[in-house]
Ligand binder design. Sequence first.
Ligand SMILES: Cc1cc2nc3c(=O)[nH]c(=O)nc-3n(C[C@H](O)[C@H](O)[C@H](O)COP(=O)(O)OP(=O)(O)OC[C@H]3O[C@@H](n4cnc5c(N)ncnc54)[C@H](O)[C@@H]3O)c2cc1C
Ligand code: FES
Length: 372
Amino acid sequence: MTVSEIRRPVKRRPRFHRLTVLDVERLTDDAVAVTFEVPVALRELFAFRAGQHLTVRRHAESGEEIRRSYSICSTPSRLRDEGELRVGIKRVAGGAFSTYALSGLAPGDEVDVLPPLGHFTTEFDPARARHYAAIAAGSGITPVLSLAATALETEPDSRVTVVYGNRAAGTVMFAEELADLKDRYRERLHVMHVLSREAQESPLLSGRLDEARIGAVLDALLPAGTVDEWFLCGPHGMVLDAKVALSTRDVDDSAVHTELFHVDDAPPVARPAAAPEDTAQRAEVGIVLDGRTTTFTMAHDERVLDAALRARPELPYACKGGVCSTCRAKVVEGRVEMARNFALEPDELAAGYVLTCQAMPITDRVVVDFDV
Ligand SMILES: Cc1cc2nc3c(=O)[nH]c(=O)nc-3n(C[C@H](O)[C@H](O)[C@H](O)COP(=O)(O)OP(=O)(O)OC[C@H]3O[C@@H](n4cnc5c(N)ncnc54)[C@H](O)[C@@H]3O)c2cc1C
Ligand code: FES
């Protein structure tokens, strides 16, 4: 690998900061809420928009570095007034970070945390009167709780409807918080719990949140035409089903925000379709970070992030799966192809942004800028 460095004016990039855990509260048998204390000096840096997430970092006993994203369930006003940020973590069987969070994390512990990131949000405006609707399942309620509380708090004439799917009443994350919010905003918040393994009075609300059930709920209880903005967050299948149910009811894509936590299938590893015939030929790739350009060569079938981390280990990333957008950068020279993209919006793609964890070079020279 050849590395050459060119100096440019320095820009700020997100860095990990050590935050103290104030509280770890058990929500259900397999979920906790973790509250971090944000010191006054870091509050501006950690200011966020409802719906965004934090990236946490931990070194496992094996020495492996683990990075994971967790959506913030508290509101921007709680950070401003009390200096607290709260996330909800649901256990994934055998999961490296979630298992640790449920069994090892305790008040007083310190965790490395990146300032908030993400696009699963909207501009709240006290002058607006909107109807927001969310369709969420399982831990997908976490950012929705923050979005709903923020909408109700900052827009006195807006209302929120949440359709929330779970297996059974005992697995419902934030059941109490949602009930409290409902008590506080009785007229403006409507929550519909859909349970897949527990019969409820209404057959419509008993069963899996698949396309048919989402469609039936929309037709009977939540006419799509009454909603201004949609927020979808949950398992990949549920989000896809909700998108189909909405588009068949003429909801424009631009009114629908989606957030995925995980996509089951592994990203394809084959060389990019448009790679040069001679794969022995290596691409020359430049990485701009903190105003410094580092240039190296890499194979066309490798991911830009993986190759770049060898030269610049401080590069931002989390999921490496095309879901979280932490590794987002702009291609300023040449072209790349992404194996998959579950995070960038069409306008970001049009502006040249890519997920470097999914990007493979398809021209002989590529420059990717993390500072813009
Ligand atoms: C933007 C974003 C926001 C997120 N917000 C939240 C949140 O608010 N609350 C929350 O609990 N999680 C959230 N996640 C998911 C979280 O980042 C982790 O992926 C999850 O906690 C699993 O990590 P782990 O280390 O425990 O499991 P890993 O060690 O990463 O995985 C163990 C096994 O489980 C599979 N797996 C990983 N994640 C999932 C999943 N979510 N569902 C099913 N199988 C999975 C893996 O493929 C692997 O086989 C979010 C993810 C993203 C990208
Ligand atoms: S690191 Fe998550 S999308 Fe690339």
